[in-house]
Structures are given as C-alpha cells and as structure tokens.
Design a protein around this ligand. Structure first.
Ligand SMILES: [Zn+2]
Ligand SMILES: [Zn+2]
Length: 256
C-alpha cells in the first residue's frame, strides 16, 4: 500500500492544503486538498473516496473534482456514514452550487455515487477491505481501517481522545492520526474533539495496553499556527517514549 499525502493541515494557504490522502493513486481519504495536489490525469484516476465527516476541510474538493472528471465517463464512488452522506447529497452536491453530479451525465453513470456505510461493518472498496468506526468529534465522524493483503492502515479522521474506545475493534500496522493543536490547547481539543501530542500519547498507551504493540504513527491535520509547537512536542514525546512520529508533509509518498 502506498500512501501519498496530499494535504496535511486544517487550513488552506499558499503553503498548506486541507486534509486529503491518496492510497495507491486510486482511493482518496477525505477531499480537502485533493484537486490542487493532483494533475487532471491523476484526478481522473481516482475511483473511490472515503469521507471521515462533513466538515469543510475534508469535503470541499468534491466540487472541483466533479468539474474535472464530469466528461470523462468515470463514476467515483463515495463512502461515508449516514450523517456525512446526507450532507453531501442534500447540501454540497444537490445541484445548487453546480450541475447535479449525482444524476448527471446520467442516473446510471453519474459523476459521484454515494454509499452509506455502517459502523463496525466491513465493506469492499476497490481491492481493499474497509471498516468505519465511530470517533468523538464536533459532528458525527468516523475513523476508517483500510486493509490490503500487505498492510492495515487506520485513519482517524478528526477525533478526540475517545478514539481509544475503538481500539478493541481495529488492529492497524500504521496509524494515520490527527494532531491539531499543541498541548496548551488540551481543553479546547477535548471540547471540540481533536488531539494534541499529550492526548496522542494517552491514546497510544491505551492502544499498547489493548494490543501489546505500537503501530507506526503518521501525523496530519495540523492547525498551521500550532505546527511548530506540535513538531517540537512530538520530538519531546519521542525522547520520552521511544516512539517515532512521521509528520506528514504534502506531496510525501510513504510506502506502508
Ligand atoms: Zn478537520
Ligand atoms: Zn472536523
């Protein structure tokens, strides 16, 4: 499995892109910084998108992607929990912002087809086995385990420390985790459902006590004003725990 980081932040600027990752060039995890990271040819290669939740920084590029691929004859399958799917269908892709991507060019072959997934129930997407699990956040949100023959990845989406409650249900080799704020912001992080380096430490300790190993950890979804602090606090955490953290930079390709 090859992970290409497209966007690793929760705010957009010349230097930062919103959250999106691409697996093996065909399966996208979230659609924040999707289109501005890829050529048109690369956009047309995408066959499926898994959405973690409905927040803007995770879904906004569905519109420019739809515009880019609408004459290519390709249908992209979107997988999401009910709340996210309802939002996508009734608000973002309802035809009021652009022609209706869900029923054109034809109902049989639309630009996007939205599939609702159930928590803790495996489903097949392209050649992968995927499963959504509930994670605590300001709106209904899911983390996703994605398994191929060679590896298992768990993508947290946006989550607070309660993500540890779902450790009994997943056993990833690689954890692609959000860390949004520095440690000073723990109260806010707890309030809205995000992680800091200290909260990540707690979450990883619970993982280890559940599974007896620590997965490889990749960090994304940084809030840009906190990025330097996050990187520094993660380095301190490595000294303390021995766990290496790979901070995801946009355009990095990581073999899992
Ligand atoms: Zn977010
Ligand atoms: Zn969010």
């Amino acid at each position: 499995m090859r992970l290409r980081v497209l966007g690793a932040h929760n705010m957009e600027s010349r230097d930062t892109r919103m959250v999106s990752h691409l697996i093996d060039e065909v399966l996208a995890l979230d659609a924040g910084g999707l289109t501005r990271s890829l050529t048109f040819d690369e956009q047309k290669r995408i066959r499926a998108i898994i959405l973690s939740h409905r927040h803007f920084d995770h879904v906004k590029d569905l519109l420019p992607l739809g515009i880019a691929i609408r004459n290519s004859g390709v249908t992209v399958d979107i997988y999401a929990i009910q709340d996210t799917a309802d939002f996508i269908k009734s608000k973002l892709l309802d035809g009021s912002l652009f022609p209706d991507f869900l029923s054109s060019p034809s109902v049989e072959n639309p630009v996007f087809r939205v599939h609702v997934v159930e928590f803790k129930k495996e489903f097949q997407v392209l050649g992968y086995t995927a499963m959504a699990v509930p994670v605590p956040h300001a709106v209904p949100a899911a983390g996703f385990q994605i398994s191929s023959d060679d590896t298992k990845l768990f993508y947290t989406g946006d989550t607070g420390r309660g993500v540890a409650d779902i450790w009994p249900y997943v056993s990833p080799d690689v954890l692609l985790s959000e860390v949004t704020f520095g440690n000073e912001m723990e109260e806010t992080a707890d309030h809205v459902g995000h992680l800091t380096p200290a909260l990540l430490k707690e979450v990883l300790e619970k993982f280890k006590s559940q599974h007896n190993y620590t997965p490889r950890v990749i960090i994304a979804h940084m809030n840009p004003p906190w990025e330097d602090k996050i990187r520094q606090e993660l380095k301190e955490l490595t000294k303390e725990t021995g766990i290496e953290f790979q901070v995801a930079d946009a355009d990095t390709v990581i073999d899992l």
